[in-house]
Design a binder for this molecule. Structure first.
Ligand code: MOS
Length: 721
């Protein structure tokens, strides 16, 4: 029987009473050795006998229709099996978060680079050759708009606003009224999108690279026209997602359709250039920020409007102002979004959708205000932390923003920082920014089985490099009094209970809570067997102790005990606003003659409630900070102004921060806290918090070093000099 949980009241703090000592420890990832020794089988690593290879063909027009696929040029290529196209062909990954069906436009082309056909051959080389030689004839509609700044179709939402804007703006002593732009970004997961599909008696099995299997199964079933119960997806190892694998993609749908047509397994792996073209991008943004403060630095008005873009019928719009709506308080607030409808690769969720680009700009603008006021930027932020959430009136749950700011400043040496110093040809300066990212709790189920030998955790949760295998073993081990070596974690198979999946930084908290509650059910059963109350039970190192009995689990559990639990849908606490918080501090060196920026050191101090695994949490935070650094300095999609086609379609021309860019000390740490309203474990998401604001600290440091405000990211040398 499954226990369903609703977050309407905080649970007793069981994790503070258990004694196994696993939660929070920097446990290594059990999947690590498998990965570094090549034994972890990713989707593309499987090649069953008889597998055919598919290569996606991409549109070379921006808008129109495919009228004919001319296969005559393929005649001389040995081993071509089929060319697949038609009305079921998926255009792009759906918004997996909502579980929407993928858009299937048939022969319609909506952007340059859109997958329009799959060529299948006996070998990958033959398929690639044929895909390049296939002649596609189009009815080109022409005149497609590809530039958000001149788009004729722009949808503008009604503003979210409170207070009297004109009055607040009018009486301010200091003001900032600035427009920043951020470029498009790509998720750039190391593992390209890959799928191996095969059918057996009308049932589809897909080995894929996906983030949210429960949703992905439904999407894939919709796309190929079968019931979800006929679809099984397995993604035991995923080489990064960052949002790009939240929804089902063209590689999975085309592999599934081709495999059914051909009656044999079909594997489709996207080439890196196809990933750039065909996978959701992060939109470019234009952001207008207005800040007004009184002479003491109290915010009177805070306005944040944006212009983002997407294809005409896409529902997603980058929620740029997310964190601006709850980080600071002001007498008057105003937020408004505009979406330009243009024909570029569709935009969707890329790591920390909203905050990743919104916080960079908000925090750079706050730094500008500190300059106008002649005030320390840490002080200015401390002064404007509101009592309750400004737009909703909600109370904040565990919010250690002020501690992150103060303790971070202390540890970084903010008061003694180098100010506009020179080191040879390098100008040195420091900047800081706040971090905020809303915390989510989503539907998730898990099963835990306890035998005399140990425990098994079962859920279709994914591990996209974040540490799920380790964290879920820690949670079950902690509650059941077992060392990590006695807990086996089985993930990422849709035949197992449906988890939250990995996305929105809710994975560890949501699915971890389901595991926590399932293990708690087992504790109740053990207590009953020992004749004690659950509260009197202690479990440690395989020994169960009741009020006055002590038994080994091996003696106590004859066959197995099973606990199942589920976090119900939409049951995050509504009374409180739960978010991750933090502060970034950064020191840069700017080359006086070339404008090159080097980050010398960065410190991020974060409030993520209870830390579940210090090592994986630190890795997530540092990884996010480095992405923010890359976003501030180098990352940028370039689009051909005539066609909208992404011009820099590989990792040589699209520069993701590499080791040399993060060669300084990049440190992350956590203030220890418990968030009663986040989830039953009192933990909060960390994956996307590190990127939120970190680029702002870099931009502010550049200003401190070189006196230049970079308002159009990235801060490449031509702009800095
Ligand atoms: Mo994240 S962009 O929700 O994978």
């Amino acid at each position: 029987m499954t226990q369903t949980f609703k977050m309407d009241e905080p649970l007793p703090r069981l994790l503070d009473e258990t004694r196994q000592g696993l939660i929070g420890t920097p446990m290594n990832r059990p999947d690590g050795p498998l990965k570094v020794s090549g034994r972890a089988d990713y989707a593309a690593d499987r090649l069953p006998d008889g597998t055919a290879h598919g290569v996606l063909v991409r549109a070379t027009i921006t808008k129109g229709k495919v009228t004919r696929l001319d296969e005559s040029a393929l005649a001389g290529i040995e081993g071509v099996v089929a060319v697949l196209s038609g009305p079921n062909f998926v255009r792009n990954p759906a918004q997996g978060m909502a579980g929407e069906s993928p858009v299937q436009p048939g022969p319609r082309v909506d952007y340059h680079g859109q997958p329009i056909a799959l060529v299948v051959a006996e070998t990958f080389e033959a398929a690639r050759d044929a895909a390049q030689r296939l002649v596609v004839e189009y009815d080109d509609a022409g005149g497609a708009e590809v530039d958000p700044d001149s788009a004729s179709e722009v949808e503008t939402d009604d503003p979210d606003a409170t207070g009297d804007w004109d009055e607040a703006w009018g009486r301010a002593a200091a003001k900032v009224d600035v427009t920043y732009t951020t470029p498009g970004q790509v998720s750039a997961a190391m593992e390209p999108h890959a799928a191996l599909a095969h059918w057996d008696s009308g049932r589809l099995t897909l080995h894929g690279s996906q983030q949210m299997l429960r949703f992905n199964r439904k999407e894939l079933a919709d796309a190929v026209g079968v019931d979800p119960s006929e679809v099984r997806i397995l993604s035991p190892y995923v080489g990064g997602g960052f949002g790009s694998k939240l929804g089902i993609g063209a590689e999975a749908v085309s592999a599934a359709l081709a495999s059914r047509d051909l009656g044999r397994p079909v594997r489709v792996v996207m080439a890196r250039q196809t990933v750039f073209d065909a996978v959701l991008r992060r939109t470019q943004t234009s952001q207008h920020v207005r800040l007004a403060a009184d002479a003491d630095g109290r915010l009177l008005a805070l306005g944040h409007d944006d212009l983002v873009s997407n294809l005409p019928e896409e529902s997603f719009a980058e929620p740029t102002t997310n964190a601006s709506q709850f980080t600071y308080g002001a007498a008057a607030l105003r937020f408004q979004q505009s979406v330009a409808r243009i024909h570029r690769t569709p935009s969707g969720s890329v790591r920390a959708p909203g905050e990743a680009v919104g916080m960079v700009v908000l925090e750079a603008a706050v730094d500008e205000l500190a300059g106008e006021l002649g005030m320390d930027p840490v002080e200015l932020r401390l002064k404007n932390i509101p009592d309750t959430a400004p737009l909703t009136g909600q109370d904040y749950s565990g919010r250690r923003l002020a501690d992150c700011l103060r303790q971070g400043a202390e540890r970084f040496g903010w008061a003694q920082r180098p100010k506009a110093e020179r080191d040879g040809d390098w100008l040195i300066g420091c900047g800081m920014a706040a971090a905020a990212r809303k915390n989510m709790l989503t539907k998730a189920a898990a099963r835990v089985r306890l035998t005399g030998a140990g425990a098994v955790v079962e859920t279709d949760m994914t591990d996209i490099g974040t540490g799920s295998y380790a964290i879920l073993a820690q949670i079950a081990g902690e509650l059941l009094g077992l060392p990590e070596s006695k807990v086996e974690v089985r993930l990422a198979d849709t035949d197992l209970p449906g988890a939250s999946g990995s996305g929105g930084s809710f994975g560890a908290g949501s699915t971890g809570s389901a595991v926590f509650l399932a293990a708690r059910r087992i504790r109740e059963q053990l207590a009953a067997q020992l004749g004690c109350e659950p509260g009197e039970l202690t479990l440690q190192d395989g020994i169960a102790r009741g009020a006055n009995v002590e038994k080994s689990l091996a003696d106590l559990v004859q066959d197995e005990l099973v606990g199942e639990a589920e976090i119900a849908s939409g049951e995050a606490a509504k009374s409180h606003l739960s978010a991750g918080w933090g502060a970034h501090f950064c020191e840069v060196a700017v080359h006086a003659w070339t404008g090159e920026v080097r980050v010398r050191r960065m410190l991020g101090l974060f409030d993520i409630g209870r830390v579940l695994n210090r090592k994986t949490a630190t890795s997530q935070a540092v990884g996010g900070m480095i992405w923010g650094l890359g976003g501030a300095l180098t990352e940028e999609l370039h689009h051909d102004p005539r066609t909208g086609h992404i011009a820099n379609r590989d990792l040589a021309n699209y520069h993701v921060a590499a080791h040399a860019d993060a060669a300084g000390r990049i440190e992350a740490d956590f203030v220890d806290d418990r968030d009663d309203w986040a989830n039953p474990m009192q933990s909060k998401g960390v994956g996307e918090l590190g990127i939120s604001g970190s680029g702002g600290a870099v931009l502010n440091a550049i200003h401190a070093a070189a006196g230049v405000r970079i308002r159009h990211l990235p801060a490449t040398p031509d702009k800095v000099i």
